[in-house]
Design a protein around this ligand. Structure first.
Ligand code: TXA
Ligand code: MG
Length: 326
């Protein structure tokens, strides 16, 4: 399959809509990471997402909508979820009770009675969703188990020839996947830290976000080594050891090859740079013949929670299951 590269303008969006209408797969920019989209009502189209990514088919997908009005036919909105609506459009995903007649392919929800929903803020994603006029299922646009894509070039590096088209919306501003919140007996539960901070969510809820019980963390997307570069990653390091490259945060004397996530110690900048930096560190290690890289400590506040979560997964031994608690 030849992957059509569509530019981020009206003409490109129109072509992307046509691909979606014909049951094809389109990678598109969102403010978090690039998504690999298909019509969420069309099982063959959704199956093409799984096969392009080599994703285990029991891992459910996020449904992307243009606006809140489109939610009504798909899912219930618990009271606690209603409090979080000011965060839409934005980097927040809500796992909601699915309506019986949602019209969604069962592949999207992997047989669960809940559905993950997000209204993204990126103008190009919104235009695509608005003009398509239906729900778009989209996981991150990377081969399963690899680092998410925050640019069109990243998407092509992993999926060129495996997807019908890519709609180029430039570099992703947030750079981390959405924060995922579920609801248990009316209580909001953090399923994945991400682009909206826990602090911002708790401010709207007026109470603390609970951590998930064992049941939820069995979702394959929560496997500990989900965001993996090829080389070894050691986090919370004060200094690189012999044979290691260095991924810094804040001021640090450079004693090894590497990069800095944010030399001023800015967590928002570090989040934006994270996945690109993980890819580049992989390349640096391979070029320099190093076994892996060490990462400076990242404060566990604001977006630091999500950055540390992704780093934990990147540094986890491949193939191990238990979720590292946030
Ligand atoms: O920012 C994002 O969230 C990006 C953009 C493209 O929207 N999407 C993304 O999708 O990161 P993905 O598939 O890579 O991660 C979605 C996660 C997976 O871990 C999946 O298991 C979980 O959401 N998920 C989806 N539906 C769920 C459900 N009904 N219950 C629990 N977890 C669910
Ligand atoms: Mg993903």
């Amino acid at each position: 399959m030849k992957t059509a590269q569509l530019s981020g303008n009206k003409g490109g969006v129109a072509q992307a809509v046509t691909v979606l209408q014909n049951g094809g797969t389109v990678a598109f920019a969102t403010e978090t990471v690039y998504g690999l989209g298909a019509d969420a009502r069309n099982s063959a189209a959704v199956a093409a997402i799984f096969s392009a990514k080599d994703r285990p088919s029991f891992n459910p997908l996020i449904v992307h909508l243009a606006c809140i009005e489109m939610l009504e036919s798909i899912a219930e909105l618990p009271k606690a979820a209603q409090k979080l609506l000011p965060l839409w459009p934005g980097p927040l995903t809500l796992v909601l009770p699915r309506k019986q007649d949602s019209g969604l392919s069962d592949l999207v929800t992997a047989g669960l009675d809940t559905v993950a929903v997000r209204i993204p803020a990126h103008p190009l994603a919104r235009e695509l969703l608005r003009r398509f006029g239906g729900p778009v299922a989209a996981p991150s646009a990377n081969p399963s188990g690899k680092v998410s894509a925050t640019s069109a070039a990243h998407v092509l590096a992993g999926l060129d020839g495996r997807i019908a088209a890519i709609l180029d919306g430039g570099d992703c501003a947030v750079g981390l996947e959405s924060t995922i919140v579920g609801f248990e007996h009316g209580t909001a539960v953090l399923l994945r830290p991400g682009g909206v901070s826990v602090e911002d969510i708790e401010a709207l809820l007026g109470e603390n976000l609970a951590l998930p019980t064992a049941k939820e963390i069995t979702a394959p997307g929560q496997l500990s080594s989900h965001y993996a570069p090829d080389v070894a990653v050691r986090m919370n390091a004060e200094n690189p050891l012999t044979g290691e490259a260095w991924l810094g945060f804040g001021q640090h004397p450079r004693t090894a090859p590497g990069l800095n996530l944010s030399s001023t110690g800015n967590l928002t900048e570090a989040a934006t740079n994270l996945f690109d930096a993980l890819r580049k560190m992989d390349a640096i290690c391979k070029r320099e013949g190093l076994k892996g890289f060490a990462v400076a400590p990242i404060p566990q506040t604001g977006l630091g929670l999500a950055i540390n979560d992704r780093l934990k997964r990147a540094s986890a031994k491949r193939g191990r299951h238990p979720l590292t608690k946030v």
